[in-house]
Ligand binder design. Sequence first.
Ligand SMILES: *Cc1c(COP(=O)(O)O)cnc(C)c1O
Length: 395
Amino acid sequence: MNTYNRFPLTLVRGKGCWVWDQSGKQYLDAVAGIATCTLGHSDPAMRRALKQQLSRLQHVSNLYRIPEQEALARWIVDHSCGHSVFFCNSGAEANEAAIKLARKHGHRRRGIERPVILSAAASFHGRTLAAVTATGQPKYHSGFEPVVEGFDYFPFNEADAFEALLNRHESQGPAVAAVLIEPLQGEGGVNPGDPSFFQRLRSLCSERNILLILDEVQVGMGRSGMRWGYEQLGIEPDAFTLAKGLGGGHAIGALVVQDHADVFEPGDHASTFGGNPFACRAGLTVAQEIDRRNLMRNVQKRGDQLREGLEKLVEAFPGQFQCVRGWGLLQGVVMQPDCNITAPQLAAAALNDRLLLVAAGPTVLRMVPPLSISAREIRQLLRRLEATCRTTFQI
Ligand SMILES: *Cc1c(COP(=O)(O)O)cnc(C)c1O
């Protein structure tokens, strides 16, 4: 169907941070499947593990115990504040699970008849009906009304506005089941959370037994330079969702909950493909390689290097660029509001310099390369981007 604005490019092969098109042209990939190809393309450990898994067992359904699923859940629980994990196949689906969990918590633990979930303006939580309703951007709702009831929105990083909205909903007693929020808004323009805002959010939610659920779909699994985005903010959520980077390019999503938020019972929620042996083996391999290769350290070092280079670029093009923001290997270059080139146009122009980039909205150019990217590849990325800027801005 005609649902995508695609680049005029057909990619047929990849290795590490590099991909090749049909005619053999080589591109440096700073998109990485939109922050999914954590270990890059065709990673040897991933190839070995998945070949072995394909020859052993691919799918059996959740009618049975699945050792690969249990091992991946164990790794997530051992490395986070979570106590149990539900597996599904995408970010939107993980957020749907979180929304159902929140509503059940609202009914059972707070005695709310019609529970409300609060989320942030300019957020992104996925495209299914409830996830798109949680998404605080009218352009994603337009044409699909009526949206799901029981959602309301507050401005990101604004504690007083959040508290006012919360008090408005709760003026007659308990009404809010949960807050669903990204630690850093990815699609909404690479906008990092403010620790003091999140700490206030945490204490307001704790006071009233409202679940604080973090959407870690883009930021989790190490992209920020810490394993989870919430670690950047000095808080622990009651639950968080994962997807993009978890499977290293394979379809998997997860809802991770702390013990006290675990209200699901058998029959409450399910997924036919969720947590299948193949997807979980992919996730487990990503997890093990992050540990074995100390990729967290690489994200911190390469993230700093990328950040410094981008800041120089912003200084070199002050008429076009405003600032750089982000965490680790999730960086955004914010364009000037009066720049006559949009971020999607700049990303398209970078194809001529054999560089893959993706916009995050009309004014932010986003970089989300594989977490395994080298110092030399970061230098190549910066050189190519500078060349694109020089030709596009005609300076
Ligand atoms: C991409 C994204 C989603 C949606 O994930 P899908 O796998 O496309 O459903 C949800 N939340 C955030 C923060 C995302 O970046």
